[in-house]
Design a protein around this ligand. Structure first.
Ligand SMILES: [Fe+2]
Length: 383
């Protein structure tokens, strides 16, 4: 009698996987035909135009901002740009839920960590490598200093701060740095990928002595555009898959560096493919155009620019400017509100899991309205 090899089932599975992979039969991106995509759109109950209650969050300023963007996307006569515009705008307007009241906040990092990061940047500059050219970036290729050890530390130290701000448990995605932007750089406005870059921060470390202030621009749920000037050690908290952000003005100076830190909700977020979901939410007639009197909105891949306006972003004309340095343990946010950052005990975060679970699923069809969130605790208004 022949003996059964106990590893046979595993070997079989591996062999099948290898044949499938090598044969090219695995699903290519995107994993659907247009007919299949439209079927998924209807199966989820998406509709267009969005009804008033379907914008997320369902507040006046945000709805006006998003309606303006949709109108510009629909007026774009380049099919690829129009598709890219639909994808980014539907994510921002609807399929990605918000977790905070305004979508952004300014705080300050722990002094000791900032000093360590500044030191690493100046030591690393002589051997910095080229990062590579990025779609999202206009200007010279950034330099890059590899310090994986410090990035782990940043990810670890930022987690409780971002959890306290967002009020939910987070899963670390990546701390990315140090990227050194160079003279004449600018970063087009965009939203980040939805699977992993949801609750994020920009931890500003250093810039050269000859550097001009270089504001980071971020939209908020009031529909306002905020221009935030960071000082070393300042941290911009932002919902990066939800709010358009970038540095559309040109940087003047030798270098400017920050660490980009990304998290996503721990509860229920990864149960579906979020990036794919944005594709399903684009309406079937996305290819139809309609002229508009608004300024032209162009798309370079996933990035947006309005070439007819100064610094290629029209809402900068009415942007609110905020300047660091801000304080450790405090947060400044929309309408000039400020509050204390209270680190949340694990059991408090854990007790919110059910609420978070329904929140992360809320925006994936028109069937379930987004439940309201706890509000930020405002302690004072700043003029
Ligand atoms: Fe980004």
């Amino acid at each position: 009698m022949q003996r059964q090899n106990k590893y046979a089932p595993i070997i079989g599975i591996l062999a099948a996987w290898l044949v499938w992979k090598v044969s090219g039969l695995y699903i290519q991106e995107p994993p659907y035909t247009e007919e299949e995509r439209i079927a998924e759109y209807h199966r989820r109950g998406y509709t267009w135009p969005l009804r008033e209650g379907e914008y997320v969050p369902n507040v006046k300023g945000w709805k006006e901002l998003m309606k303006r963007r949709f109108e510009q996307v629909i007026a774009n006569t380049e099919p690829q740009e129009r598709w890219d515009g639909w994808l980014q705008t539907i994510a921002s307007a609807k399929t990605v839920p918000n977790f905070t009241e305004f979508g952004w906040g300014l705080t300050h990092g722990p002094e000791q960590l900032t000093l360590e990061l500044v030191d690493a940047v100046y030591k690393g500059i002589p051997t910095a490598r080229g990062e590579g050219q990025l779609d999202i970036l206009d200007g010279p290729m950034p330099l890059f200093i590899d310090r994986e050890d410090l990035m782990h530390k940043v990810l670890f130290e930022m987690k409780p701060i971002l959890e306290a701000w967002a009020g939910i448990e987070l899963e670390p995605s990546i701390a990315y740095g140090f990227r050194l932007y160079r003279n004449e750089s600018r970063l087009w406005m965009h939203v980040d990928r939805t699977q992993t870059h949801v609750i994020s921060c920009i931890y500003h470390i250093a810039s050269s002595k000859d550097a001009d202030p270089w504001p980071i621009v971020v939209e908020d749920f009031d529909g306002h555009t905020n221009s935030v000037v960071l000082k070393p050690g300042d941290i911009l908290l932002y919902e990066s898959a939800k709010t358009f952000h970038g540095r559309p003005s040109r940087f003047k100076g030798t270098f400017y560096t920050s660490v980009l830190v990304h998290f996503y909700p721990k509860e229920g977020w990864n149960s579906i493919d979020r990036d794919l979901e944005c594709h399903y939410a684009v309406p079937p007639k996305w290819y139809e155009t309609q002229p508009s009197s608004l300024e032209k909105l162009r798309w370079v891949g996933a990035s947006a620019l309005e070439p007819e306006c100064p610094d290629s972003w029209c809402n900068l004309r009415c942007a609110k400017t905020w300047k660091g340095p801000w304080e450790y343990g405090k947060i400044l946010t929309g309408r000039g509100r400020k509050f204390d950052l209270q680190l949340l005990p694990r059991d408090v975060l854990a007790s919110r899991r059910n609420q978070v679970q329904s929140r992360v699923q809320c925006c994936l069809s028109n069937r379930s309205p987004a439940p309201s969130l706890w509000q930020t605790k405002c302690t004072a208004e700043v003029v």
